[in-house]
Design a protein around this ligand. Sequence first.
Ligand code: COA
Length: 173
Amino acid sequence: MCLSIEVNDMATAVYPGSFDPVTLGHMDIIERTARMFDHVIIGVLQNNSKTPLFSVEERVNMIKSITSHLENIEVRSFDGLLVDFVHQCRADVIVRGLRAITDFEYELQMAQTNRVIAPEIDTIFLTTNLKYSYLSSSIVKEIAEYEGDISEFLHPVIAARVREKLEERRRLT
Ligand code: COA
């Protein structure tokens, strides 16, 4: 027997993150999520413990520029608790990518905590494409700082923005 998922039951999903910058690993999750849900809201976290290279507006615009081919994607910034943002979006699903077993403990803790705070919101996990399972935004930024080749990890538009931003920062210091 084949169980089908009622798409109307889970029409809107939120994919949250810092996206500093958005990588091809994130894009893989975004494109797959866009195929599963009617509407996907990418939530770009404004303030967290990380010091971002890009402002939240820049991160939002960068994601918009490379997701314009996906009609059901919306990109918004948020601050504060993720579950509050999910409520504001009238969504009830959070999507997270799992890169490796090392992500699991943190992700489980986050999903379970969010579920205690907001039991009506579920978290689903997509395993990241193997090709990007080791990737993080920080690693990409570090490679770029040392003028290494980042074209394997970022969309060309984003790679150009990272190089520009680092150049801008070098000129200012
Ligand atoms: N491909 C490539 N890299 C990926 C990836 C993927 N599919 N998924 C994650 N990564 C990378 C990210 O780029 C990030 O790299 P970095 O640490 O170098 O910046 C790293 O893995 C961690 O990503 P993630 O776990 O998504 O962290 P985040 O900071 O991007 O987002 C939030 C975390 C926004 C979901 C979380 O902090 C949050 O919900 N904050 C709101 C406050 C809140 O509600 N707190 C209570 C939670 S219980």
